[in-house]
Design a protein around this ligand. Structure first.
Ligand SMILES: Cc1ncc(COP(=O)(O)O)c(C=O)c1O
Length: 402
């Protein structure tokens, strides 16, 4: 059963036979999002914050409303703490570069987990190399959870930051944000949470989470590509230097120095991406129309069905934790069939899955596999997509004689 009308999604509506199971990479877009962006460009487009004329004031107002709408969706009361970025990658680079360079010193330690996407790994690795700090990587248990005992032992006086994802894109593990934050708080470390896979799929109340920075991408939650968010604690955002400099983010520019604009503008240098912010706000509106509890329940049901049907197939191995700790992601291998070959066979029957290291090479090494196949579910998927996935996997086994 579907919880949305497939006709709401123009790409899916015009590809009736397509089984899109790669929403963890990017989601499809409802017409409401495309229309909102088109409406902006057709009726309200001007450079915001700059013009003294009514059209520019309207563009500014639309941008402001979009920020308020997205903040409400993710449970952020003070919308000035919500910075629009190009996506999770840019949000995390912003934190590592702007906060990190100002606060992490030689001899300090940065702790990440073995479950991280490269976007929450490489910026910290590079910061550590630059300032002479040490990057420490917390182990992952054999069922794909952060090893909390090791984390507690690893986080110590020298730890300046603990960075981890809310949900793993590679395995679907839902991490215990509160427990991980509590470990970090014991030593006063800053808590950075990568919510790229959580904001689209779980009811979210960022103000209630004990985190200092929270990042997510618009394109994985029905919004446009090139839209993303960083939410930060006000005191930290105000104290840290800007990430990029130029127009819009300044207060005064003297010949020898400059002062910075207030939040959120201090971190939004240059002409903002107004249309995509409006598209993201429309995506939040659409998701709220369904209800995030219903989104989660739908994904739980499809994931349970997929894991149980796939595990009936000989030689299928599923990675990651049990259903209570798993989002709408099923990561698996089938005997000796390479995940890329599997994805190619599935593509022939219209089933789109991802195959590879899922931008998580350290995790793949830990699991001792070069790659996995990953099916990921979202609001527009149904049991028919699970059927197509299962019969595609069976077909691949016949072809490869597995
Ligand atoms: C957990 C996680 N973090 C970060 C990212 C990077 O997101 P983006 O490419 O939208 O910047 C992704 C994207 O797949 C992700 O799944």
């Amino acid at each position: 059963m579907s919880i949305v009308d497939r006709a709401d999604f123009p790409l899916l509506a015009s590809n009736a036979e397509l089984h899109y199971l790669d929403s963890a990479a990017t989601s499809q877009k409802p017409r409401a999002v495309l229309d909102a962006m088109m409406h902006y460009y057709t009726h309200d487009n001007a450079n915001p914050h700059r013009g003294a004329y009514a059209l520019s004031a309207r563009a500014t107002e639309r941008y402001h409303e979009a920020r308020e709408r997205v903040a409400r969706f993710v449970g952020v009361g003070d919308a000035a703490r919500l910075i629009f970025t190009r996506g999770t990658t840019e949000s995390l680079n912003l934190v590592a570069a702007a906060w990190g360079r100002a606060n992490v010193r030689a001899g300090d330690e940065i702790v990440v987990t073995g479950l991280e996407h490269h976007a929450n790994f490489v910026p910290w690795q590079q910061l550590a190399r630059e300032v002479g700090a040490t990057l420490r990587v917390c182990a992952v248990t054999s069922d794909g959870r952060v090893d909390l005992e090791q984390l507690a032992a690893m986080v110590g006086e020298r730890t300046k930051v603990v960075a981890f994802n809310h949900i793993s894109n590679a395995l679907g593990t839902i991490n215990p944000v509160g427990e991980i934050s509590a470990i970090a708080r014991r030593v006063g470390a800053v808590v950075v949470c990568d919510g790229a896979q959580a904001a689209p799929h779980l009811p979210l109340d960022i103000d209630a989470l004990d985190v200092d920075f929270y990042a997510f991408s618009g394109h994985k939650m029905l919004g446009p590509m090139g839209s993303g968010v960083l939410v930060g604690k006000r005191a930290l955002l105000e104290a840290m230097p800007p990430y990029q400099t130029g127009g819009d983010m300044i207060e005064y520019v003297m010949e020898e120095r400059s002062t910075w604009n207030v939040l959120p503008h201090k971190f939004e240098a240059g002409t903002p991406n107004v249309a995509d912010a409006i598209g993201l706000a429309a995506a939040c509106e659409y998701l709220d129309g369904i209800g995030m509890a219903a989104v989660r329940a739908h994904e739980v049901a499809l994931t349970a069905l997929a894991t149980s049907r796939l595990s009936e197939i000989p030689e299928v191995r599923i990675y990651g934790p049990g259903p209570a700790l798993r989002s709408g992601v099923v990561s698996f291998t089938v005997g000796e069939i390479h995940p890329h070959d599997l994805a190619t066979i599935l593509d022939e029957v219209g089933v789109c899955i991802r195959a590879g290291h899922h931008c998580a090479q350290p995790l793949m090494r830990r699991l001792n596999v070069p790659a996995t196949a990953r099916a990921s579910f979202y609001v527009y998927n149904t049991e028919a997509d699970v059927d197509a996935l299962v019969s595609g996997v069976e077909r691949a086994r016949e072809i490869f004689g597995s």
